[in-house]
Ligand binder design. Structure first.
Ligand SMILES: Cc1cc2nc3c(=O)[nH]c(=O)nc-3n(C[C@H](O)[C@H](O)[C@H](O)COP(=O)(O)OP(=O)(O)OC[C@H]3O[C@@H](n4cnc5c(N)ncnc54)[C@H](O)[C@@H]3O)c2cc1C
Length: 381
């Protein structure tokens, strides 16, 4: 009997998992005892962290795209198609374009996040973002033409991808306008929904004095309710209204519809055991990366570490052994604190983060990590 492993989503988690399985189960795949299929709804792998640099003219969207076929081991069957249904009872995936369905014994859901700006009236028309490729390109034009006025960065919804990226954006914008001699004419305000500037108390405590030093205005307890594009205002549920000339919104996030329809969790995320990453509502299903509700940040590093755990668990199960690998919450993240300095955090379920003092060396480490990513995705690092 052939063991069929399906991976749904060819982003960071899906690609790393596919390559790890190809390596770990090479003998079984070559013997025809195991089949690994990766389904992604486009031919390219997209590395989203590049988008942070696009508005400042430091990267092009193409720097974050590579053909999946080049990244994924030839032992993996790559299917470029959209999954339109997950039947966890019959263990089958329905595909949009292909005839028939894809049967699996083990499924790893790695479908990532989608943006839901329409949940906030006026946000799509009045705001810009760098959480999408097209958004980052449009924002670049806005930033280039901005010589004065009020830039508001509003974290509209949590959880969102890369919890540090909004802090990074305002620190980089501060530096960028300073370098261009415009900072005195551009006011920068950052809003966050809870009573501090970041979801994690240690990171918030570290970031707040930096924001004060850099003259970044802060509005906490700001749960954005509506944007009025004509008036150029954003209003919060708490009754605060801010005028803006350029609004950069981190939109509400959701998982994907097909996961929501399969009833694997809320808002298209998959409820999982935070150590084993097994879905709580279905047998034979794992979830990794943004799609999995584990309480850790929605970050590529998390997807990477979780992919390794799931690869080891599935390999054990295929070989008839108990699956013992577990995820300990490991997360690491470089945090840009300007155009040429960064901090770094590493933490897990037991150990909270303690941000490193910002340095140029850490900034270059972040840029080097971004370049080395393509080796990571191939499973070489
Ligand atoms: C601006 C920005 C900066 C960031 N910076 C960092 C950083 O510095 N460090 C860090 O660790 N993380 C960072 N992240 C977060 C990181 O990019 C994500 O957490 C990571 O991509 C999650 O990986 P994933 O595999 O879960 O999902 P993704 O990489 O999003 O991949 C999901 C894949 O599934 C596919 N898919 C979805 N639905 C279907 C379907 N129905 N059928 C077929 N395919 C489907 C998608 O097309 C996509 O290819 C950043 C994100 C952004 C937006």
């Amino acid at each position: 009997m052939v063991d069929r492993i399906a991976i749904l989503g060819g982003g960071t988690g899906g690609a790393v998992l596919a390559n790890d399985l190809a390596d770990r189960l090479a003998a079984e795949i070559d013997a025809g005892d195991v089949e690994v299929t990766l389904v992604n709804d486009g031919p390219d792998h997209v590395y989203k962290p590049v988008w942070l640099y696009v508005p400042f003219g430091q990267r092009e969207p193409a720097d974050g795209r590579r053909p999946l076929r080049e990244l994924v081991d030839s032992r993996i069957d790559l299917v470029v198609d959209r999954v339109t249904g997950i039947d966890t009872g019959a263990r089958e995936l329905a595909l949009r374009d292909a005839a028939g369905s894809l049967a699996y014994d083990y499924l790893a859901v790695a479908t990532g996040s989608t943006l839901a700006p329409a949940e906030i009236p006026g946000l799509e028309a009045g705001g810009h973002d760098y959480y999408s490729e097209s958004g980052a390109v449009a924002l670049r034009e806005e930033l280039l033409s901005m010589t004065e006025g009020h830039l508001v960065l509003s974290v509209v919804g949590t959880p969102h991808m890369c919890p540090a990226a909004p802090l990074e954006f305002v620190f980089m914008a501060d530096d960028w306008f300073r370098e261009r001699g415009l900072r005195e004419d551009v006011e920068i305000t950052y809003t966050y929904p809870i009573n501090r500037v970041h979801g994690n108390a240690n990171i918030a405590e570290w970031a707040r004095p930096l924001m004060d030093e850099r003259d970044v205005g802060v509005e906490t307890f700001f749960n954005a309710e509506a944007v009025d594009p004509d008036a150029g205002t954003i209003a919060s549920m708490e009754g605060t209204e801010l005028d803006y000339d350029l609004l950069v919104g981190v939109p509400p996030h959701r998982g994907v519809d097909v996961v929501a329809e399969a009833d694997l969790g809320d808002r298209g995320w998959v409820d999982v055991d935070k150590h084993t990453l097994e879905a709580e509502r279905a047998e034979g299903v794992y979830a990794i990366g943004d799609a999995a509700t584990t309480g850790v940040p929605k970050a590529g590093s998390v997807a990477h570490y979780q992919a390794g755990v799931v690869a080891r668990r599935i390999a054990s199960e295929v070989r008839g052994r108990p699956a013992t690998a577990t995820y300990d919450g490991k997360t690491l993240c470089f945090i840009e604190t300007g155009m040429d300095a960064a901090s770094f955090v590493e933490f897990d379920y037991e150990n909270p983060p303690s941000p490193a003092p910002p340095s140029e060396k850490l900034h270059w480490s972040k840029l080097a990590y971004n370049e080395a990513y393509w080796l990571t995705a191939r499973g070489l690092l």
